[in-house]
Ligand binder design. Structure first.
Ligand code: ATP
Length: 270
């Protein structure tokens, strides 16, 4: 990927198969992202206006970024990645310039996806005192609104944003023509955890005593990121035990499982 300060550009390599669970969500994203980006001419021919912006919200580590990248991969779109926190921390005017510049580059490179991580930092409610709203935030938000409105004429550009705090997002961004689609990315249930464990062990040599569906049941409240860590750690434990080990066994998974505590709590999930 090419990196200019504050923005990364690439065609992502992650595919839908790299994401365990979330089947309905993947389907919705496929329709909202792949179709308009790949078939923008058909949309114009029928006079159907595609979704311009999609907001993904949900707890950290549950694949918001990965979903956005998979959508970009499927649409073979240039993927411009911006961090709200990074934009916010720039010198006066620099963040706005970077935003405008990114939209301009995205138009030239279309089909494109502009992905905003930690969107709430830039798109915080105006006038709110506790939400991190400030002069810097307001100027970034107004630049973002102007750029998104300018997308009316542009074809093949989609803005995806991710946040853990959807309630902090300014209502102006939720108007039609801006973030038309809001999708909740939940923490994985046991079936999804099983699929995530499958994804992250597919290149590992597992002993037949490893029962991933049992591990899935024993990892309630674990996020995808934590399950990925669990698999990696189990491999490391096996190697630490015996550097010439040929398989990772159930006891290695159990050892790591017992040492880990999920960061999410029940209240955050329901
Ligand atoms: P944050 O809010 O912290 O940015 P996020 O929701 O964007 O988190 P990701 O960055 O997409 O989460 O996920 C972190 C890691 O967890 C990824 O590297 C990915 O491999 C793994 N992961 C999360 N969910 C899944 C899943 N459903 N299937 C496979 N891997 C997953």
């Amino acid at each position: 990927p090419s990196i200019t300060r504050g923005v990364t550009v690439e065609i992502p390599k992650v595919s839908w198969e790299d994401i365990g669970g979330l089947h309905d969500l993947k389907k919705k994203l496929q329709q909202a992202v792949e179709w308009p980006l790949r078939h923008s001419a058909s949309f114009s021919r029928l006079g159907v206006s595609p979704v311009r912006g999609i907001l993904l919200h949900g707890p950290p580590g549950c694949s918001k970024t990965t979903l956005a990248k998979a959508a970009g991969h499927a649409a073979q779109a240039s993927f411009f990645s911006l961090s709200g926190a990074e934009l916010y921390s720039m010198y006066v005017g620099e963040g706005e310039a970077l935003l405008r510049n990114t939209f301009r580059r995205a138009r030239l490179a279309s089909p494109s996806i502009i992905f905003f991580d930690e969107a709430d930092v830039v798109a915080a409610k105006r006038g709110g005192s506790s939400s991190g709203s400030s002069k810097v935030g307001e100027r970034l938000l107004s630049t973002l609104l102007t750029e998104m409105d300018g997308l009316e004429q542009a074809k093949g550009i989609l803005v995806l944003a991710a946040t853990n705090r959807p309630n902090a997002i300014d209502a102006a961004l939720m108007r039609p023509g801006r973030f038309d689609l809001v999708l909740y990315v939940p923490p994985p249930d046991s079936e999804s955890r099983y699929e995530i464990l499958r994804v992250h062990t597919r290149d590992m040599k597992l002993d037949p005593d490893v029962d991933l569906s049992l591990i899935a049941e024993e990892t309630e409240l674990f996020t995808g990121a934590e399950l990925e860590g669990l698999c990696r750690e189990a491999g490391i434990v096996a190697l630490r035990e015996d550097i010439s080990a040929t398989v990772v066994c159930n006891r290695h998974f159990q050892k790591v499982r017992q040492s880990l505590k999920p960061a999410l709590t029940m209240e955050e999930v329901v």
